[in-house]
Design a protein around this ligand. Structure first.
Ligand code: ADP
Ligand code: ZN
Ligand code: ZN
Length: 738
């Protein structure tokens, strides 16, 4: 009898918002029991699942007779250390998500299936019997087996599967036979990798005074939590500051976590870290295979990789001795997971992680989010500014082109065309930005007015001319491009512009100049992005046409002109964040001009040159815009001056989605003071991928009452019968309101 029965509180990947108690596993006397952070295999109903021990307790709500023991302990050392568990617990509470499912978002899939966190290798060892057999020249009739025994004797009695394979091709059958006879033993043993000390491969440039100041200010906080906004336009030297801070952390034998919006789009940043440090670096992003992800996770967990660079989910990466967190392009919306189960902001979690781990966190951006700027204003974050561009480059000149007052051909105005001619003649490169891929957003019948619709969405199909397809950019529907109207048989024509069409129009206008395009259609295949970047960077291509993708991380020093074809999407949106996103995009695209010694020019085509947003941006820059936008948010009491959560639902019909949300609203009863429920309303694009979407917003002045309300309300929402008929999710701090 154990004097103190212990109960293990285990998180399991189920929708249930609780932990599950288990009894200790049957272990030999000497073995120590599971500890928090270790993975265990447990019986769950009729299944056996892998869970994580969150806590060990002396009590359980259930009588011990009703509990079952843990079947197996999968980790010798916790897969998740105390600070990782703390972060996961925090995320579960803040996002009101079952902790087992938060873990599922945090752990690589193979780890959830039970893969060892320690890299192992298969080893074969001679037994005493095997040694005697080898000495006696046995087994006489099996040459392969005899050769294998001899080889193992020559290696000192044991060898890894890898070297056995190098030695002979068919060794495995021989080894199995020898194992059956008791001559050999097989085992999975932990690979002990010695963490190499991190070295600086190449020294960086002498820092500019502002950079030095930034490095010093962050450095002073090195063993305490502090949050910094590192603000500076592209090319102002932010990355150099990250590199220098990383160097200092590595020198103190501490690890660094760098979060970026999209790895595929920022190969240059990864390259800069690899060039600078001879330290093992783990890269974590969504395009990895399960094996690659496991390998990167193991490298981080074991302390082998001292630098972890990754997208969103890398915020959960295990990093013993974490010393610094960097979030590059902190304003980028891809830090927000806005689909699937756990909807979290990796940027916000990075700040929480820094606080829990007591380390500094640096948020870098040329166009900080209004949330972050508000945190600066309230004194929670310290602002560090890099005002000048490094080198000789000058900030570009911005001007608006009034589309109502000029001739426009294929989406490009006469003044824009003239400017392009001028810059190209002066050997500059030109970047043309349009946030819409495909050839044209609409296929129209000139006789009856039919417009090719998506059957699954409230949306039009986009014409992809080169591929001769009609595609839906919302659900992926894909159909042949019809030659005639499907309704009346008359001729159809593409209406409006996409990047593919702009590329074609420019090829006609500048027939002798090489043009490249950068959008998701082009970079589907790996390597294509690198090729486009190479052709632009080498100067071989003269014009680049692209979507949002062109704003990320590439440095084309010879681009002297940027043309923004359409600034007007986003000026009149129902989403209160649309202006912020538009301003960020314009500033980011504009930042691509004049990165080299030649001055840059930015032309923005619009039908609303008097729009206050565009005017504040042009006259007072991003700062001026942000100030005006924050004042508007305060007045309307939108975030960051209030807290939002969205209950989202989709169903087979409009009524199932709305019905579920109406019932949820009723279940809220009288809402507490300071809290408002708005809706439910159908989403702006109600039908998407064949399902109807709707949302109910919860707005609160303060954070605490919102979370108290959600805690009490969600179990009731979950229990609704109508919840069975919809897919629903709670989105705390939603970034996009549809
Ligand atoms: P950002 O990350 O803000 O875009 P980078 O750190 O990439 O800026 O700097 C832009 C360019 O200037 C890079 O080529 C970088 O190597 C160079 N650079 C940065 N800091 C310095 C410095 N102190 N002295 C000289 N060159 C620098
Ligand atoms: Zn027609
Ligand atoms: Zn669709």
């Amino acid at each position: 009898m154990r004097p103190n029965p212990q109960f293990f509180r285990v998180a399991i990947d189920t929708p249930l918002r609780r932990l599950f108690d288990y009894l200790p596993p049957a272990l030999p006397e000497s073995a120590t029991g599971p500890k928090p952070g270790m993975r265990v295999r447990v019986p769950f109903g009729r299944r056996r699942l892998v869970g994580v021990v969150m806590a060990v307790s002396d009590t359980s709500d259930l009588p011990a007779e009703r509990l079952r023991p843990i079947l197996e302990v999968l980790d010798g050392t916790p897969a998740l250390d105390a600070s990782a568990l703390e972060l996961i617990q925090w995320a579960a509470e803040y996002y009101h998500h079952p902790v087992g499912q938060v873990l599922a978002s945090a752990l690589p899939r193979l780890m959830r299936l039970g893969a060892s966190v320690v890299a192992t290798e298969e080893r074969w060892t001679l037994t005493g019997g095997g040694l005697a057999a080898a000495a006696a020249g046995e087994p006489r009739r099996a040459a392969k087996q005899r050769a294998l025994l001899d080889f193992l004797v020559s290696t000192g009695g044991a060898a890894a599967a890898g070297s056995l394979s190098e030695h002979s091709v068919g060794w495995r059958d021989a080894a199995r036979s020898l194992e059956k006879r008791g001559f050999l033993a097989r085992a999975e043993v932990a690979l002990v990798e010695v963490a190499e000390p991190a070295r600086v491969r190449a020294a960086g440039p002498t820092l500019l005074p502002e950079q030095r100041d930034a490095v010093e200010r962050v450095g002073q906080a090195s063993r305490a939590y502090a949050a910094f906004l590192l603000e500076g336009v592209t090319g102002s030297g932010k990355t150099e500051v990250y590199l220098r801070l990383t160097e200092e952390a590595l020198a103190q034998r501490r690890a660094v976590l760098v979060l970026v919006p999209e790895i595929g789009l920022t190969p240059q940043l990864v390259g800069r870290f690899r060039e600078r440090f001879a330290a093992p670096l783990a890269v974590l992003h969504s395009a990895l295979t399960d094996q690659e992800r496991l390998a990167a996770w193991r490298a981080a967990w074991s302390g082998q990789a001292r630098i972890v660079l990754g997208t969103r989910s890398a915020v959960f990466a295990p990093l013993p001795d974490l010393g610094l967190i960097v979030v590059d392009e902190e304003h980028d919306a891809s830090f927000k997971q806005h689909e699937g189960a756990l909807r979290y902001s990796a940027r916000d979690l990075a700040v929480v992680r820094a606080r829990l781990a007591r380390v500094p966190v640096v948020l870098g951006s040329a166009t900080p989010s209004l949330e972050t700027l508000n945190n600066v204003a309230s004194g929670r974050y310290t602002r560090l500014r890099l005002l000048r561009r490094t080198g000789e480059s000058q900030p570009p000149r911005l001007a608006l082109i009034d589309l109502r007052e000029t001739t426009v051909e294929a989406g490009i105005s006469t003044p824009a065309t003239l400017a392009m001619e001028r810059h190209l003649a002066a050997d500059g490169q030109v970047l043309v930005f349009l946030n819409r891929r495909g050839y044209a957003p609409t296929l129209l019948c000139t006789a009856c007015g039919w417009i090719a619709p998506c059957r699954e969405c409230d949306a039009r199909l986009t014409v992809h001319l080169a591929a001769a397809r009609l595609r839906c950019h919302h659900c992926g529907a894909d159909a042949p491009l019809p030659a005639r109207c499907l309704q009346c048989g008359f001729a159809v024509k593409p209406v409006g512009q996409g990047t593919e069409r702009i590329e074609a129009a420019l090829a006609t206008r500048f027939p002798h100049l090489p043009i490249v395009r950068l959008d998701r259609d082009v970079v589907r295949r790996r390597g294509d992005l690198a090729e486009v970047v190479r052709r632009m960077a080498s100067g071989e291509a003269r014009i680049l046409v692209g979507t949002q993708m062109v704003t990320k991380g590439h440095d084309f020093p010879n681009v002297t002109l940027v043309v923004v074809l359409n600034a007007d999407q986003g000026l009149f949106s129902t989403d209160f964040r649309a202006p912020e996103r538009l301003a960020q995009t314009i500033v980011q695209v504009a930042g691509r001009a004049g990165r080299g010694p030649k001055p840059g020019e930015v032309l923005i085509q619009t039908e609303f040159p008097q729009h206050p947003l565009l005017m504040s941006l042009l006259e007072r820059g991003y700062d001026g815009f942000a100030e005006a936008a924050l004042a508007e948010r305060l007045q309307a009491s939108w975030p960051p001056f209030s807290r939002l959560a969205a209950l989202r639902a989709s169903g087979k019909t409009r009524d199932t989605a709305l019905g579920f949300l109406s019932e949820a609203r009723a279940a809220a009863g009288t809402t507490p003071r300071g809290l408002k429920l708005l809706g439910p309303v159908p989403a702006a694009m109600a039908k998407r991928a064949g399902r109807y979407h709707a949302q109910l917003l919860i707005e609160s002045h303060e954070r605490r009452p919102l979370h108290q309300f959600l805690d009490a309300w969600l179990p009731r929402v979950e229990a609704q019968k109508s919840a069975q008929r919809v897919r629903w999710a709670l989105d705390v701090d939603p970034l996009e309101l549809f």
